[in-house]
Ligand binder design. Sequence first.
Ligand code: SF4
Length: 190
Amino acid sequence: MAIVYPYGENIYINQTNVCTNACVFCIRRGNSGLDGYNLWLAEEPSAEDILQALRKNEIQGEAVFCGFGEPMVRLDRLLTVARGLKERGWWVRINTNGHADLIHGYETVPRLEGLVDAINVSLNAQDGKTYQRLCNPLFADRAYPVLLDFARKVREYVPEVILSVVNYPGVDVQACREIADKMGTEFRLR
Ligand code: SF4
């Protein structure tokens, strides 16, 4: 069970397996983890558990909240860890599905200011109908507009914002790229 694991040149933080989507292309489907690391958690780590695991790691550079679940479900813990990382000079990124405002019931993006350097919001589709079909969101038709709103607003608080999609049947990559262009964010095809 890996709380933190190196992947490429970065360290990934796996703090929860809870997610408000059930994407058809999710790596969790039928996999126990990534690169030999088991990412199904027997129990969720505390902020101190994560910081301790990071201290043991030799790599220091970019830390990515990602994992086998939606990291912003555990926002308070994420921000505690991010604060600890920033104090030690890490670059901090979050990979999120953009549902945080629905999960928590308030505007979450201002809380990221000064603690998060980059955020990758999974756009996943060119419209709400396709998003619902591919991502099966718990929040049904409220999820897609909220993720767009989240991505738009987060630009005020996080220096680098990326909208990403996976190349999957039904995804209009060009239309997704245009959404990112109009919004003024970077775009990434994963
Ligand atoms: S949002 Fe991410 S973790 Fe959640 S189901 Fe989709 S791909 Fe998996």
